[in-house]
Design a binder for this molecule. Structure first.
Ligand code: URP
Ligand code: ZN
Ligand code: ZN
Length: 469
């Protein structure tokens, strides 16, 4: 199959120019002006942006969490992603305590069997390290294409690890070419604050945010940075929400340390006003770290503009409001933590980042595709448009108007964090390795088309055909 995309405005992290793109089979093979080639499919992209497929480095599909399982499985989550112009994501395998990483990996692969709509890789969330077992096994994961270790510094009694496990994982990463990722909140302190709130009869969703203060995020972020420095491991801080966490990351980066930070779409738009909504509606906004005071919105826009933060993910971890969030109707600590977002990251950042003049189109592509691909060993197969790259391409109509609603989304959840928001600009055609995935409002390709992508080690490039899935 060959595809010729004619006369679009090609936007990468570095470039912005009008040209044709020629795709043969799975790969971009030619880029140039007025290409004289025949193709099975010709797309007129004049007046449109031609973007690389977006890469989401942080999602949770079909994940047991908070006494239930996230509502989007691989098929529904990836379908939502595809409609939003995301063609590759990196999901979290959670190691059940006592389990080997190999068993956890096999379990997560079986959840994707026959369901994949887009390409995906995995991070390994380490919950339990044993000498003479999983500690040694951890070192072998990068050779399997799992080149990032995730540690939760919060969720006491569930996913949280102690500093010994955190530090020992960092030591392994320093030797194996893995990137260490942390959920940075002080879980011990939060546990105390949650118990105190419940003892005082404070049970509403708002107390989720009030018992997880910015200081708890700032302290854990700083601790992770210092420990990673000591261990000699590269560090990526996920879902940064506030000044208290941005500042230590910015300081570390100023010193040239191997530290990067990510924020998520929702932290630019949701706030304490949302989680305080009456009649349990606030539960829709219960995720961790929590929504913050609105003053942090500008902190985050400045951070992504200045490269204090280097990526914007979704942390898509969707639950139904009616039936799953309601597990915590009488006790905020029982509300499953997480929110949806895979479908609307590009819509929202294009509208309120690019169209509002906060970031350039190039920076948008860098934050949503190129930097995630580079940091997580997917570049240059993913995250750019170049000869030799996978033909993961979004033809984006910058004039198309769309109202974001739960009723029209592809995620299985029953609400949208941006309900009723009007945006101008939306994907019109999405290609995955040269295959038409989405055209207009139709999913063209069938589940099964997506592949597992074994990722390159930290700092290395991923080339087409480098490894076989
Ligand atoms: O509330 C959230 N963010 N749920 C997903 C798990 C995590 O902490 O990323
Ligand atoms: Zn987290
Ligand atoms: Zn997450």
């Amino acid at each position: 199959m060959s595809v010729l995309i004619k006369g679009g405005r090609i936007i990468t992290a570095a470039d912005d120019y009008v040209a044709d793109v020629y795709v043969e089979d799975e790969t971009v093979t030619l880029i140039g002006e007025s290409l004289d080639v025949s193709a099975d499919k010709v797309v007129d992209a004049s007046g449109k942006y031609v973007l690389p497929g977006m890469v989401d480095p942080h999602t949770h599909l079909d994940m047991p969490f908070g006494g239930t399982v996230t509502i989007d499985d691989v098929e529904s989550g990836q379908t939502a992603a595809a409609f939003g112009g995301t063609t590759c994501h990196v999901d979290f395998i959670i190691q059940p305590p006592g389990s080997t990483f190999a068993d956890a990996f096999a379990d997560w692969r079986s959840k994707a069997d026959g369901k994949q709509v887009i390409d995906m890789g995995y991070h390994m969330a380490v919950t339990d390290l044993k000498e003479g077992g999983t500690l040694e096994e951890l070192a072998s994961l990068p050779d399997e294409g799992i080149t990032s270790y995730k540690l939760f510094m919060a969720y006491k009694g569930a996913l949280m690890v102690d500093d010994e496990t955190l530090f020992r994982t960092m030591e392994v990463a320093s030797q194996t070419g893995a990137l260490v990722m942390v959920h940075a909140e002080n879980g011990d302190v939060i546990d105390v604050l949650v118990r105190q709130a419940l003892e005082a009869g404070k049970t509403e969703p708002l107390y989720h945010a009030l018992t997880r203060p910015p200081e708890a995020e700032g302290e854990a972020t700083n601790r992770a940075i210092q420990l990673a420095r000591l261990a000699g491991a590269p560090l990526y801080v996920v879902h940064v929400t506030c000044r208290e966490a941005v500042e230590p990351i910015a300081r570390a980066r100023d010193q040239g340390w191997d530290v990067w930070g990510e924020t998520c779409t929702q932290y630019f738009f949701n706030s304490l006003d949302d989680i305080a909504k009456p009649d349990f509606e606030g539960a829709k906004y219960v995720y961790s770290p929590p929504v913050r005071d609105k003053s942090n919105w500008d902190v985050l826009w400045n951070a992504v503009r200045s490269d204090a933060l280097s990526a914007i993910s979704t942390d898509h971890c969707a639950f139904l409001w009616d039936g799953q969030k309601t597990l915590g109707k009488d006790d905020f600590s029982k509300i499953p933590n997480g929110g949806p977002g895979l479908e609307n990251r590009l819509h929202m950042i294009h509208e309120f980042g690019v169209r509002a003049g906060r970031i350039s189109l190039n920076r948008m592509v860098e934050l949503l595709a190129t930097n995630p691909a580079k940091l997580f060993g997917l570049y240059p197969r993913k995250g750019t448009i170049a000869v030799g790259s996978d033909a993961d391409i979004v033809v984006f109509d910058p004039e198309k108007k769309l109202t974001i609603t739960a009723a029209s989304q592809h995620s299985k959840t029953d609400y949208n964090l941006y309900e009723g928001t009007e945006v101008t600009g939306s994907p019109e055609l999405v290609l995955l390795r040269g295959n038409v995935l989405v055209e207009g409002d139709q999913l063209v390709a069938s589940p099964g088309i997506g592949q597992f992508v074994p990722r390159a080690k930290f700092g290395e490039e991923l080339r087409a055909g480098a490894r076989v899935a």
